[in-house]
Design a protein around this ligand. Structure first.
Ligand code: NDP
Length: 355
């Protein structure tokens, strides 16, 4: 594997300099007491609509199969414990499978505190051998007494549709630029012969499908990823790198995050802190992909709370050119990518696609 050096430069660019962007005539100009230069109202990236398009593509594929193909993609889901949010996510995934003509299998362990690692490992081994199962998903988090790493490692990498097995991670983190390396087509995820985590994949897919499906050119852009988790920050940074962006990853120990973000053409925020990224931290005309899902009090709503992202959306949309809302941005893409990974896995297992 090639080693990767991330160079994080702290640059002091005064706000007055940052706000010299001249938006295209199609953008709405709004005068503001806060910023002295032109402002724009961002195009909202409709993740719900893009995810629906991808799901329809998969549904069409499965409904127009030759009659001699009887097998259907199957997703097996393991749910341990009784967290309400996990139950909701699993229900959504099962419904999504059914909607697009896939099978799903659920193994529930509601008494999470009593279940043993061995029980879970045995179930995964069973699914690894089961020809009807093409994708295995372990709903995280698992109870504290269970080693997530041990459970995730047991999943056959070919069925690891969450892309969290170390074998899949290693492939994602290989830059494949050395002589003789197999060149992968990073513009077509369905051609990549291993599994890529769903949320990061969904972020790139959004960039590729905005602008009436024309997408934006990622190559050569400065991309800053806020957050370095295994689930989102690190893999999304790798995907941007594979698409020839210049990447910077910032995290809780980074100094001057604001000035680093002011250099970013593309910002991916995956932090888990409500409204952390402020409009004044953003370069006018940038693209913002907000992965964060944070629950904040909203006494005037029926539920008493609402979901917001990691970016101060109301203000940021007056500065950037494209932005994802929360909810309705990255979230729906995660499930769409899970379905697509499972279909890819099924195509490979049934010989319809190269291994
Ligand atoms: P983690 O908690 O695993 O990682 C958060 C990252 O943010 C860490 O790398 C942490 O840095 C960094 N961070 C924390 N505080 C700061 C700070 N003040 N400044 C800069 N960086 C900071 O979260 P996840 O990556 O799993 O999730 C991130 C968000 O995305 C959450 O809101 C989650 O709910 C959401 N999410 C949404 C999904 C979707 O489908 N839309 C799917 C998955 C997640 P350090 O490493 O230094 O601690």
């Amino acid at each position: 594997m090639c080693s990767l050096i991330l160079l994080i430069t702290s640059q002091n660019s005064p706000l007055s300099q940052a706000f010299t962007y001249h938006p295209s005539p199609t953008h709405k100009h709004i005068t503001s007491p806060t910023y002295t230069s032109h402002r724009m109202t961002a195009n909202v990236i409709d993740g719900k609509a893009i995810a629906a398009t991808i799901r329809a593509e998969l549904t069409n594929k499965l409904s127009s199969l030759p009659s001699d193909i009887k097998s259907r993609p199957g997703l097996a889901v393991m749910l341990v414990g009784s967290r309400k949010d996990s139950q909701t996510y699993v229900r959504m995934k099962q419904k999504a499978c059914a909607d697009c003509g896939m099978e799903s299998f659920l193994e529930e362990y509601p008494n999470g505190e009593e279940v043993t690692e061995d029980t879970l490992l045995t179930k995964i081994q069973e699914w690894n051998q089961d020809d009807k199962v093409h994708g295995i998903l372990v709903q995280l988090p698992l109870p504290k007494h269970i080693s997530e790493e041990k459970i995730l490692r047991e999943v056959d990498p070919k069925k690891d549709v969450d892309g969290l097995h170390p074998a899949n991670t290693a492939k994602l983190f290989s830059t494949s630029t050395h002589a003789g390396a197999v060149k992968l087509n990073w513009k077509d995820f369905t051609s990549i012969p291993f599994h890529i985590p769903c949320t990061p994949q969904g972020c790139i897919e959004l960039l590729d499908r905005i602008n009436d499906g024309k997408g934006i050119d990622i190559e050569g852009k400065n991309a800053v990823v806020v957050g370095r988790s295994n689930l989102v920050g690190m893999p999304v940074a790798m995907l941007l790198l594979h698409r020839n962006a210049t990447i910077t990853i910032v995290h809780s120990r980074t100094k001057n995050i604001e000035s680093i973000l002011q250099q970013a053409d593309i910002v991916v925020a995956a932090v888990g802190r409500a409204n952390m990224v402020q409009a004044s931290w953003l370069k006018p005309g940038c693209i913002v992909i907000d992965v964060g899902i944070n629950s904040v009090d909203a006494p005037d709503t029926k539920r008493g709370y609402k979901l917001v992202g990691d970016v101060n959306y109301a203000e940021a949309k007056e500065v950037c050119e494209w932005i994802t809302p929360v909810p309705g941005g990255v979230g729906p893409m995660t499930i769409a990518m899970l379905l697509r990974n499972t279909v890819n896995s099924w195509e490979r297992a049934t010989g319809q696609k190269d291994q």
